[in-house]
Ligand binder design. Structure first.
Ligand code: UDP
Length: 353
């Protein structure tokens, strides 16, 4: 296949602003390239990527999760999103399939106007009325072209049955299994309100177990506000790290805390932790609830219950770290993900012809 992969317009690849989409896009591209497909990635200028990449200039898009449910669709002047899709229009004849990674209105709206089929990998659950509507139109007009990461994510949409669930996968050779942890916990992700870091910090304060925080910080004022609310919590911010550094620190942790307020579409960080042998404590909501095997590879906790987190932390020693790594190997390898994605693309091409 000749594939054109169109990235998110909220930030350059490698910035962390795109959240899990950045790693997902890289891993899918890597695996399909390995399988002999030819591909080109199109992403905002300044992106870091070892695979073939075209950088597109323009102003970034505001992230959808910061907007109200009834927000209007908006684009800045000289929009990088519009520029990326203008580029797609110019070169589409050289490709068999376009793959959209942007959770934005424009690529869905443009779908009937382009000549090549488009696979849309939707990275978040329902957030806005305008997005729901435009995605649903595509789901009905082009059946089978909407991919999601978890059933819980699909279920946030009225058109759940039209979604193809693809999970996700990792290059497990990049994550080292670590048998013996140090006495600290980890919280990994974008430091943003929908990720609920406050609860992890509250649990760290109650248990006295240090918490290492890793991830992009789009809004430092929010982080300051959270830290001020828990002045005695033993928390350290480690920065936004490369996968290499991330897995080193994460692998040393007793457990990863996942405390999302929203329906997390998947939660790449859950499978990254498992790959290092780190049990995951997560709220029983969204993608993590489909990943964590309660009592085997972590604990699922009543959503928004700090007390539940504290109780689960006390039971971390009951989880065998080998079982965590084994789950990652069985379900979230690059080849398992590649098989699912390749089959999806083949089905789309078959119905387009
Ligand atoms: N991440 C990273 N460095 C860090 C912290 C996080 O590269 O220091 C990456 C991590 O590998 C994961 C992403 O940030 O791919 C977070 O994605 P996730 O699916 O957990 O949540 P999202 O941000 O998409 O809601």
């Amino acid at each position: 296949m000749r594939l054109l992969l169109l990235s998110t317009p909220v930030g350059p690849l490698g910035s962390g602003l795109g959240g899990g989409v950045e790693l997902t896009l890289h891993n899918i591209a890597q695996e399909l390239h390995q399988r002999g497909h030819s591909l080109q990635i199109v992403a905002p200028q300044g992106s870091q990527e070892t695979l073939p990449l075209v950088g597109i200039s323009g102003n970034l898009q505001v992230t959808a999760q910061t907007l109200e449910r009834d927000a209007h669709i908006s684009l800045p002047t000289n929009s990088v999103l519009a520029n990326i899709w203008e580029y797609a229009r110019q070169v589409e004849a050289d490709y068999d399939l376009l793959v959209n990674f942007a959770y934005d209105w424009l690529p869905f709206y443009l779908t009937p106007f382009l000549h090549r089929p488009i696979a849309h990998l939707v990275s978040m659950g329902s957030l806005s009325l305008a997005m729901d509507q435009v995605i649903e139109h595509v789901a009905i007009q082009f059946p089978g072209t909407i991919g999601v990461h978890s059933q819980a994510q699909a279920d946030t949409f009225a058109f759940a049955k039209q979604c193809r669930c693809l999970g996700n996968g990792l290059d497990l050779s990049r994550y080292q299994f670590q048998t013996v942890p140090n006495d600290f916990l980890a919280w990994v992700g974008r430091i943003a309100p929908e990720k609920g870091i406050e609860d992890a910090i509250a649990a760290s304060q109650q248990t006295g177990i240090p918490l290492k925080v890793l991830g992009a910080m789009p809004d430092p004022a929010y982080w300051q506000q959270v830290c001020q609310a828990y002045p005695n919590a033993p928390v350290s911010y480690e920065g936004f790290l490369s996968t290499q550094r991330l897995q080193q620190i994460l692998g040393q942790c007793r457990g990863l805390l996942m405390t999302p307020r929203w329906v997390e579409a998947f939660g790449n960080v859950a499978i990254e932790a498992l790959a290092c042998g780190v049990p995951v404590i997560a709220y029983r909501r969204g993608g993590p609830a489909e990943i964590v095997q309660h009592g085997k590879t972590g604990w699922l906790v009543e959503p928004d219950s700090v007390e539940g987190l504290v109780q689960a932390i006390a039971r971390l020693d009951q989880i065998d770290r080998h079982t965590c790594r084994q789950q990652a190997e069985a379900q979230y390898s690059m080849s398992a993900m590649g098989n699912r994605v390749e089959a999806w693309f083949n089905d789309i091409l078959r119905s387009a012809n």
